[in-house]
Design a protein around this ligand. Structure first.
Ligand code: AMP
Ligand code: TRP
Length: 333
């Protein structure tokens, strides 16, 4: 059986990378797979400090964004992670399956912890084990994510395999990453070598899902570029990360590929390309943003979706967790 699981952290500043690299792909998958769980991963969020009142609002905001993008709460399970205790319980077991050496290799921990690793939370270090638990608590088989999560998913595969080996049963599936589309790694608008990120202190570096049309146009206009005209074929973008990023964003928004965009804009400068990109971005994002704003105001509705989602998620995870407890040898009197 195939089951999709994916998650987004409610850490504020939901951006175009989250939309193009993740959420928009989920909308497509709900038509191909009839068993999809989409999770607002609040347990992950607190691996770095979150102001409680902001966290609450951000959980609603991410849920609203999923639905505004087109994820149908009637056909899929939308919920927040902390409300299903199986995640934390299975994560503990995985803390005892995963090896320190495996976690030591995680590049995202190194990036997020920075130079002062002694001051990072233990949760930030163990985060990939929790991510494996998120997926495997449901025996999820396919996980749509952006490029940056590839290493974490490899770890989830290692955990599943070691668990199966240690406890002598093919219990957990070996998860398949689904990394697709032209925008698996949207880069910062200020620096083509670093990824667009919620935590970049420069707001100009990203297009937030809450930015209005003027804000989007201004950020695209100010985006860093070089002074060459666009090439007529994709290999001509090699060594031009900022140009390549903007063309990639255009391609993703227009549902075409890089060559499709360059066929139209090759030979033109950014003076012509940027306004076209701004118009396209506004046209594609504003319906989602309008719906997102409406949903953010309707807290009763959003909370009812999350509550019902948590019940459905619990119904799936509880029997799986019981079987895990039996395999591990926990007495269930
Ligand atoms: P996060 O913001 O870390 O919770 O990420 C949520 C989802 O968005 C994950 O599937 C990420 O891989 C994806 N994502 C985050 N940043 C980007 C980006 N700059 N480009 C493409 N996908 C991204
Ligand atoms: N770690 C992911 C991120 O930061 C979010 C996440 C948590 C996730 N659990 C997951 C993604 C399970 C896919 C599956 O983007």
């Amino acid at each position: 059986m195939k089951r999709i699981f994916s998650g987004v952290q409610p850490t504020g500043n939901l951006h175009l990378g989250n939309y193009l690299g993740a959420i928009r792909n989920w909308v497509r998958l709900q038509d191909e797979f009839d068993d999809c769980l989409f999770c607002v991963v609040d347990l992950h969020a607190i691996t770095v400090w979150q102001e409680p009142k902001d966290l609450v609002a951000n959980i609603r905001e991410v849920a609203a964004a999923m639905m505004a993008a087109g994820i149908d709460p009637a056909r899929n399970v939308i919920f927040n992670q902390s409300q299903v205790s199986a995640h934390a319980e299975l994560a503990w077991i995985f803390n005892c399956v995963a090896r320190l050496g495996w976690l030591d290799r995680m590049t995202q921990f190194k990036e997020k912890a920075g130079k002062d690793k002694e001051r990072a939370s233990v949760g930030l270090y163990a985060y990939p084990n929790l991510m494996a638990a998120d997926i495997l608590a449901y025996k999820g088989t396919h996980v749509p994510v952006g490029e940056d999560q590839k290493q974490h998913l490899e770890l989830a595969r290692d955990i599943a395999q070691k668990f199966n080996h240690d406890y002598g049963q093919e219990f957990f599936p070996v998860v398949e990453p689904l990394i697709f589309g032209t925008a698996t790694r949207v880069m910062s608008l200020r620096d083509g070598w670093s990824k667009m990120s919620k935590s970049d202190p420069a707001d100009n570096s990203r297009i937030n899902m809450t930015d209005d049309a003027d804000g989007i146009a201004r950020k695209i206009k100010k985006a860093k570029t070089d002074s060459e005209p666009l090439p007529s074929e994709a290999p001509g973008l090699n060594g031009r990360p900022e140009a390549s990023n903007l063309v990639g964003i255009y391609a993703a928004l227009a549902d075409t590929d890089m060559d499709g965009v360059l066929g139209e804009f090759g030979g033109q400068g950014f003076g012509a390309f940027k306004p076209a990109l701004a118009d396209l971005a506004v046209a594609k994002l504003s319906p989602v943003q309008d719906q997102m704003r409406r949903l953010i105001d309707d807290t009763t509705y959003v909370e009812s979706v999350l509550r019902c989602g948590a019940e459905k998620a619990n119904d799936i995870a509880t029997p799986i967790l019981r079987e895990v407890q039996d395999l591990v040898g926990f007495l269930r009197p």
